[in-house]
Write a protein that binds this ligand. Structure first.
Ligand code: COA
Length: 229
């Protein structure tokens, strides 16, 4: 019969495709583990494994608007501006992991996005939320005080890292919201994310607690530990 291939070769091809997909999944997982080990050592690898299973935590850092804002410039000639509604497509190409629905949700919640452009192209971004924000990493809503802001989803294009892009955006955010009536600005950063911690600490953020969860699936207990007030 024409057009109906024999059943065995189809089955064999499907099995081969499944084996190939499995092989790729394991090789990707192995690559991620080796990168974590290389960048952060055994401690980072251990928390990565815990993070994939039963335990996740982020350091909470705060910065008061009363403190002077340091002068930090990127070593790239970037322009920092707000992301407008017309830049949506460009943003989705820059951050393909963000869905259109998620982007809409952020704008509807009145979150602000600050982006850095180098030679006209997006190279960095950072979001700011007021009143509440959602942490995907912790699957948890963060409820903010009326006088608090929360910075999240900071990202620099891998080719432009370590040139002060994230720090410069961070400082621009501080300048923008200084005098807006907010008392402090907060970030949540993985203790293993040394680049992010360094960028935050340069612009005056200091740790004040830990937020996270222990558990699996729906049996998760979230916790908040404050180290100082
Ligand atoms: C974290 C991230 C946003 C930083 O962006 P960036 O533009 O490279 O940041 P900056 O250059 O402003 O600052 C990074 C600082 O960390 C330093 N740094 C980089 N890697 C480091 C490491 N492993 N250990 C210690 N410091 C490190 C850099 O030298 C730089 O410090 P300096 O300006 O004093 O030299 C970027 O690495 C990124 O997009 N990572 C993936 C997404 C992510 O982790 N986002 C943060 C979520 S909280």
């Amino acid at each position: 019969m024409i057009g109906v291939p024999p059943a065995r070769p189809i089955r064999a091809r499907m099995d081969a495709t499944i084996r190939e997909a499995d092989r790729l999944r394991w090789s990707l997982m192995w690559k991620r583990f080796m990168e974590t080990l290389h960048e952060g050592g055994m401690r980072a690898l251990w928390f990565k494994i815990l993070g994939e299973t039963v335990y996740r935590r982020l350091l909470l850092l705060e910065r008061s608007f009363d403190e002077p804002i340091p002068e930090i410039r990127s070593r790239l000639p970037i322009i920092i501006q707000g992301l407008g509604a017309t830049d949506t497509e460009e943003y989705l190409r820059f951050r393909p992991g963000t869905t259109r629905a998620e982007l809409r949700r952020r704008f509807e919640a009145k979150h602000r996005c600050f982006v850095a452009r180098y030679q006209g192209c997006l190279v960095g971004c950072s979001w700011v939320a007021a009143t509440h924000a959602w942490s995907y990493y912790l699957s948890h809503e963060l409820v903010l005080g009326a006088d608090e802001l929360y910075v999240y989803d900071t990202f620099t294009h891998p080719h432009c890292r370590d040139r002060g892009v994230a720090s410069a955006i961070g400082v621009e955010i501080l300048r923008h919201f200084r005098g807006s009536g907010h008392r402090r600005i907060i970030r949540a950063i993985s203790p293993e994310n040394h680049a992010s911690l360094q960028a935050a600490s340069k612009s005056g953020y200091r740790p004040y607690g830990t937020i996270g969860y222990v558990g699996i699936g729906p049996w998760r207990k979230h916790f908040l530990r404050l180290t100082r007030r």
